[in-house]
Design a protein around this ligand. Structure first.
Ligand SMILES: [Zn+2]
Length: 197
């Protein structure tokens, strides 16, 4: 992916975005991101973060690539911007989704996917109850490595191979085989990142 992460958006974000734009011209990428907003630690650059997200959406449309959204304590702000910019050409994923059923449905209504990672395996995360209500057709698996390692590696360094623990948990929640989870979520990823083309 190519993008300017929301926690790195500062006064100079326009300069940084120029560099993002240059890379997009000279190399091949499968997505724009991570973009989005993160107001959990710091709200200082909230307006810059909003402008940066809008700029990433424009880049996604221009390059016909999906956007990967990082959202922390900022669902409402992000939703407003996507509602304002959504069109048939824009697709994407809310990575490490950890919201409510209502928020999930809003994301799905744009044709976006939900990225589900290790948090699903955490005791008392509540994410399992949300995912029970969401069709697998809208879900892609992810690790966010080296962060958010699933059970039984919680707190340790995460790696891509741990994806299987997330798939296992999803199979348990949906009461289907891990093979079915694998097939559907792989298809979703192929569709999301336009790998067929
Ligand atoms: Zn992120």
């Amino acid at each position: 992916m190519m993008g300017l992460h929301p926690t790195d958006v500062k006064e100079n974000f326009k300069e940084e975005l120029n560099i993002v734009g240059q890379y997009l011209k000279k190399e091949k990428f499968c997505a724009i991101g991570e973009t989005g907003m993160d107001l959990y630690w710091d709200r200082t650059f909230i307006e810059e973060q909003k402008n940066s997200l809008r700029a990433h959406i424009n880049l996604a449309k221009k390059h016909n690539l999906p956007i990967v959204i990082h959202s922390r304590s900022s669902f409402d702000e992000i939703f407003e911007i996507i509602d304002d910019t959504i069109d048939d050409g824009l697709s994407g994923v809310f990575h490490c989704f950890g919201g409510t059923v209502q928020q999930a449905q809003k994301i799905i209504s744009w044709g976006f996917k939900l990225g589900i990672g290790g948090v699903l395996t955490f005791k008392n995360s509540g994410l399992d109850k949300v995912i029970e209500n969401i069709s697998l057709n809208h879900i892609v698996l992810e690790t966010d490595s080296p962060f958010l390692a699933p059970k039984p590696f919680r707190g340790k360094r995460n790696e891509s191979a741990h994806l299987v623990y997330i798939a296992e948990k999803l199979a348990e929640i949906k009461n289907i085989s891990i093979g079915e989870v694998s097939e559907i979520t792989t298809q979703n990823a192929i569709e999301l990142f336009k790998f067929k083309n």
